[in-house]
Design a protein around this ligand. Structure first.
Ligand code: SF4
Length: 382
């Protein structure tokens, strides 16, 4: 067990958080993933899951609050990193301190509980951690975490409500797909019906619900089912948030093995957009906010509030699909190399020209169909 007096500022952090929690305080309540079988996910492979002792997590929270107290007076009035703060970061040379700076710079109002499935903690322990977090850092306004659908359905409505009342506001569930064939293929460990039950239970308990969806996960064979069934499941749940994160096959992941054996045929960038066109058109009668805030997504225009922004999202997908093949390649390369952000940037002559040069260089170095070659290159970055 940790002793707070040994080192007042040391605490543990896990490897990942959702993109929109980049400025949140990261509180590690468990280590790694208790499921760890999803074939597309490299994050915790080879690492053993464990619960952390509640006393240790509470000591971590106290240490974070202490570090935040040391850092806050060293920050500039707009949250800037000042020289004394740079010195402190250099002296401490720790990523955790940097995360506390980011948290404070963003107002110090959000926290994220790591790692992959915090709801697996015994309810009394999770409640104790949340209570301590809220008491120690009272300025925090929003606490979120990842949770597996399977685990959510193992908690009663009373338990989920108790967790929410102790201070958890939102859960992020990796739906990935609403098609059972896809969920089985990638060993997600939850059926579409389980996802629906979990989503509905979380909402009934008053939790905000964010569902992650992975375009491309069905490959060529299951693309149609992936699109239509995912839309059906999302329509049934109507979560508060839908977050898109396009598949990139990580080196060494089990899915890379499936692909190498010929058991999984990945979509190229154009096919992913075609799949998304089918999926997003099915987001009818819903009130979710859709976000496309992951770097792996091609079109960040696929975002907005349903139902009013649905026509805008479909129009953006159609605009890309209606481009000539050369212009599709141009946008793909321009976007992936950071020269273009949105489809409308193609109308800017200077940006267009820069993308043309990048496309020519890309094709010289990496011959083959741009839409698929570039996805293979991106996978190396995952
Ligand atoms: S449940 Fe989440 S963290 Fe665990 S293996 Fe699947 S995708 Fe990865």
């Amino acid at each position: 067990m940790k002793d707070l007096n040994d080192n007042l500022d040391e605490f543990e952090q896990g490897p990942i958080r959702p993109p929109n929690e980049a400025f949140s305080l990261l509180v590690r309540v468990t280590r790694n993933c208790p499921w760890n079988r999803c074939t597309f996910c490299p994050v915790y492979k080879g690492a053993k899951f464990s619960l952390r002792a509640v006393a240790d997590v509470k000591t971590d929270i106290t240490a974070m609050a202490h570090l935040a107290k040391r850092i806050a007076p060293l920050m500039g009035p707009e949250g800037e990193v000042t020289k004394p703060l740079m010195q402190l970061l250099r002296d401490e040379a720790r990523n955790e301190a940097v995360q506390v700076v980011r948290f404070l710079a963003a107002g110090g109002e959000t926290a994220f509980l790591q790692d992959a499935n915090s709801l697996i903690m015994p309810v009394t322990e999770l409640v104790e951690v949340l209570t301590h977090l809220r008491k120690t850092l009272p300025a925090i306004r929003r606490v979120t975490t990842y949770a597996r659908a399977h685990t959510v359905t193992k908690r009663s409505l009373a338990e989920l409500t108790q967790i929410r009342m102790a201070g958890l506001d939102r859960i992020h569930i990796g739906l990935e797909s609403g098609a059972n064939e896809v969920l089985t293929l990638v060993e997600k460990g939850a059926t579409a019906e389980r996802h629906i039950a979990a989503g509905q239970a979380a909402k009934e308990a008053g939790l905000e619900l964010s569902e992650y969806v992975m375009p491309g996960l069905g490959g060529r064979t299951l693309s149609e089912q992936h699109a239509t069934e995912t839309a059906r499941v999302l329509r049934t749940i109507d979560p508060h948030f839908i977050r898109l994160r396009t598949l990139a096959i990580a080196q060494g992941s089990p899915l890379a093995g499936q692909r190498d054996r010929g058991d999984f045929e990945p979509l190229d960038d154009v096919e992913v957009v075609r799949e998304l066109r089918t999926m997003v058109a099915g987001f009818t009668g819903m009130t979710s906010a859709v976000t496309s805030d992951h770097a792996l997504n091609l079109l960040e225009e696929i975002e907005g509030q349903l139902p009013e922004d649905l026509p805008k999202m479909v129009a953006a997908l159609d605009r890309f699909l209606d481009l000539e093949p050369h212009d599709q390649d141009l946008f793909i390369v321009g976007r992936r190399f950071g020269l273009l952000r949105r489809l409308g940037d193609l109308d800017d002559p200077a940006a267009h020209q820069r993308a043309e040069i990048a496309l020519a260089q890309f094709q010289q170095r990496m011959p083959g169909p741009v839409a698929s070659v570039i996805r293979e290159a991106m996978a190396r970055l995952v």
